[in-house]
Ligand binder design. Structure first.
Ligand SMILES: Nc1ncnc2c1ncn2[C@@H]1O[C@H](COP(=O)(O)OP(=O)(O)OP(=O)(O)O)[C@@H](O)[C@H]1O
Ligand SMILES: [Mg+2]
Length: 428
């Protein structure tokens, strides 16, 4: 039995609660981690979100009410009280960096304590930068002058160095989010960047191997996560989402926001069709009642408003990825997620802009996950469950994480094992 399976069997029927606090809706899914390491959904709550803008809490009271109500719905389905949650983060302009740390080796031979010491140096950046450290994933070790060491245990030297991929976010918005969740009498197991979770929910084996970029298009934020060699290597966000498209339509068509949302979902498209000029739709006027008739407009008017905003968003994503070393490799395969990626014609437009293969992501199913919860708007929440399950199955610290890597040489069925179990996170 591999180490990974052994650890999983020790976590008998643990409960995991995932909380995705989006700009437009909040979702809580409660799952059991059953003895074979699989997840089984036992409760789900979903409510419209109030008190958020572009992924950040802007009204504590209303945000707290939305979250508490959602968790209660999920709790009522299971009959269990949720004490702690794993929570998505889309606020504070998440930023990826590769950071180097080093520490002297205590007795000349590298042991788990030396590895832990060097990795814990990463915690300091929180205080130094006034940014919250969300993820900290080692990508390679150095021993004195020798670089590119994957497993330094048992080697001898004076100084151990580590290259760590850190994802940080501005501390203020993250603290507000944390305070809001804690106000609901919930402890926070940990935070996970939203597009990372979306990738965990949707990516298939080949995408983990060859590299892929997840673009998570929500209501207020478009999140980006780049994956290569089985791990996240880059995270970013662009503060534009589907809500902006709706506002553009409301403004451009002089129609109420609710009507603009309906028109977008029913007739909206990111691609122009030759028939759009001849296809006439009715646009309800602001303040319309039976005395103020709606006015007709060609569908091309909608597309003409929607397309530039989508182009702007995707071009911004592309130009920020161009500043990283990853576009050439992981930009060849794009997986779209989030409710806003359901706009008609969006995959085709994304494919043109990135000159890549683009597919719509869908949560890889697990026990009890209803069809609706596998849709694009729920990938972040299901990905949070996967993150928690993977981390609990390997929860005994650095020794386990490195051990998983070593065991993985023999167990090439495990995604984390095969492509970098040792890259599991160690700090929190
Ligand atoms: N069929 C559809 N076509 C176009 N847009 C859609 C469709 N269905 C939902 N949307 C849009 O998806 C957005 C909501 O997506 P989602 O639920 O993923 O956002 P969120 O998680 O609440 O927000 P964020 O992640 O940005 O904080 C809304 O702007 C909505 O208009
Ligand atoms: Mg979201």
């Amino acid at each position: 039995m591999s180490k990974r399976n052994g650890a999983a069997s020790a976590t008998r029927n643990q409960m995991i609660a995932a909380l995705d606090i989006g700009t437009s809706k909040v979702t809580c899914i409660i799952a059991q981690l059953v003895p074979n390491g699989q997840l089984r959904v036992v409760g789900i709550g979903r409510r419209d979100m109030r008190g958020m803008a572009r992924g950040s809490v802007v009204n504590m009271d209303t945000a707290r009410d939305s979250i508490a109500n959602t968790v209660h719905i999920a709790e009522n389905m299971t009959g269990e009280t949720v004490k702690s949650v794993i929570v998505s983060v889309n606020c504070g302009r998440p930023k990826s960096e590769i950071v180097s740390f080093e520490a002297p080796i205590a007795n000349g031979e590298v042991g788990p304590a030396d590895i832990r010491r060097v990795l814990q140096r990463g915690r300091r950046i929180e205080n130094e930068l006034d940014r919250a450290l969300i993820h900290s994933i080692p990508v390679g070790f150095r021993l004195d002058e020798a670089r590119g060491i994957r497993d330094p245990r048992g080697l001898f030297g004076e100084t151990l160095g580590a290259e760590v991929h850190t994802v940080t976010a501005e501390a203020g918005p993250v603290r507000s989010l944390a305070a809001c969740v804690r106000d609901c009498h919930l402890e926070i197991d940990r935070f996970v960047i939203a597009p990372y979770a979306a990738g965990l929910a949707t990516l298939v084996e080949d995408e983990w191997t060859l590299g892929a970029t997840v673009i998570d298009m929500g209501a207020g934020v478009t999140g980006v996560a780049v994956f290569a060699d089985g791990e996240i290597v880059h995270a970013d966000t662009v503060p534009i989402g589907g809500e902006q498209v709706t506002r553009d339509l409301a403004h451009g068509l002089s129609t109420p926001i609710e009507q603009a949302e309906l028109l977008k979902i029913r007739y909206g498209s990111a691609l122009t069709q030759p028939s759009d000029d001849r296809s006439i739709i009715e646009i309800p006027a602001i303040g319309a009642d039976e005395h103020v008739p709606s006015h007709p407009a060609p569908k091309s008017l909608l597309t003409g408003i929607i397309r530039p905003r989508i182009e702007e968003t995707l071009e911004l994503v592309r130009s920020r990825l161009q500043e990283t070393p990853y576009l050439a490799r992981a930009g060849r395969r794009i997986v779209l997620s989030g409710g806003a990626c359901q706009l008609k014609g969006l995959p085709q437009l994304a494919s043109t802009i990135f000159d890549s293969k683009v597919r719509i992501g869908r949560a890889i199913p697990f026990d009890g996950l209803a069809e609706t919860a596998m849709g694009q708007a729920y990938t972040t929440c299901t990905g949070l469950l996967r993150f928690a399950a993977e981390n609990r199955a390997n929860a005994d610290g650095i020794g386990s994480a490195l051990g998983t890597f070593v065991a993985a040489q023999a167990d090439n069925r495990s995604r984390f094992g095969r492509f970098g179990g040792w890259m599991k996170e160690h700090f929190r």
